[in-house]
Design a protein. Structure first.
Length: 369
């Protein structure tokens, strides 16, 4: 059966997510603000959950409709094909948000959606009270400008939860954003890759996973694995196929940080991700780094000033970065910063810039070629 599928993503990553889906072989991919839509079957739900690097989760889009009142919301939800997907013992909690809509109370919308779904299932199974003792089918809703979108969440924990980072240093970068920076840099494992502010190692680890062509979700579980909709053999097959497509090689990936405790965490995370042998971590001040010879990529998420250091300290750091890396030959730089004056302090304008969001913080990825 073919379903409408939706991948919510960080603002600024819509094009990357769409490109990644096309590279995975999907067609009719459409990107909108904050989400990417496409079509797929049960096997595709497993494939995308396990293999996607830059999206936040995979949602099954059940329907969209105008919701100007609670009656509209109730009737619109009840008309959806819950009885074709949810078994009679399904647990179906409801989460969501409302924005710029007449319906603005999230708790009230949750109650209406829950009741409408329960009524549909009660009619289907002839039960006055549904047990909800089985697998979880998380319902998610978004009501934006009076249009309601109703989903089932196939992922469970967000796709950025790779499973390798239970511990993180201060102000960690989300794994999906780190993977996006690696993708933008076009790193394929052939050049040197350096992160001089590696923190808990996220960018370096995502670079190693990319070089290895290792599916980021290979070693974690997903909510839809418990659904009767998708045979467990499908998940096993997709994982085996993903493992068969991995590469091997001698990769030159370097991560450093001035904080010894951050490096200790980075090494633990790399080991947990199974890539510790591909990354050389060291405790080092950025200005003392000895860069490897040959072509390379430097990707960094230095302190912004609004998260760890104050603004003046961050600007001093940017000036030092310009002195240390700004004129190095054969080194392409990708620096994420929320400081609008980054280029001035770094010492020269970027070759290119791209707007990205680190959580709710608007940033620019400054690129120097």
């Amino acid at each position: 059966m073919t379903y409408k599928l939706c991948i919510p993503c960080l603002f600024g990553l819509e094009g990357l997510v769409a490109d990644e889906l096309r590279q995975m072989g999907y067609r009719s991919v459409n990107s909108e603000n904050g989400r990417v839509l496409f079509q797929g079957d049960e096997g595709d739900i497993a494939t995308v959950n396990i293999g996607l690097r830059t999206g936040e989760r995979l949602l099954l889009l059940l329907g969209e409709f105008s919701a100007l009142s609670f009656d509209d919301l109730f009737e619109g939800v009840k008309a959806l094909p819950w009885d074709e997907i949810l078994p009679k013992d399904a647990a179906f909690p409801v989460k969501g948000h409302c924005l710029n809509s007449k319906l603005h109370s999230v708790p009230d919308c949750q109650k209406i959606i829950k009741k409408a779904t329960a009524d549909k299932l009660s009619e289907k199974y002839g039960l006055q009270r549904l047990p909800e003792t089985g697998a979880t089918y998380q319902i998610r809703f978004a009501i934006f400008k009076d249009m309601a979108s109703i989903y089932l969440d196939t992922s469970g924990a967000g796709l950025h939860k790779r499973g390798y980072r239970p511990n993180a240093s201060l102000a960690p970068l989300r794994e999906t954003l780190a993977a996006a920076i690696v993708k933008i840099s076009r790193y394929k494992g052939r050049d040197n890759f350096v992160d001089p502010f590696c923190g808990s190692g996220t960018i370096a680890i995502e670079a190693a996973l990319t070089a290895l062509n290792r599916a980021p979700g290979r070693n974690r579980r997903f909510s839809a694995e418990e659904w009767a909709l998708i045979p467990k053999t499908v998940w096993d097959t997709v994982r085996k196929e993903a493992e068969a497509q991995e590469y091997t090689g001698d990769y030159q990936i370097f991560g450093s940080d001035i904080d010894p405790s951050a490096i200790a965490i980075a090494r633990e995370n790399a080991k947990r991700a199974g890539v510790e042998q591909y990354i050389r971590f060291q405790v080092s001040d950025m200005k003392d780094i000895s860069l490897p010879e040959g072509r390379g990529i430097l990707a960094a998420n230095p302190p912004y000033g609004e998260r760890i250091l104050d603004i003046r300290e961050a600007e001093v750091l940017y000036k030092q970065m310009g002195k240390s890396f700004g004129s190095v030959k054969d080194l392409n730089l990708y620096v994420l910063s929320s400081n609008p004056d980054f280029e001035k302090h770094f010492g020269r304008p970027a070759s290119k810039r791209r707007k990205l969001y680190n959580g709710m913080i608007q940033c620019q990825l400054y690129m120097y070629f």
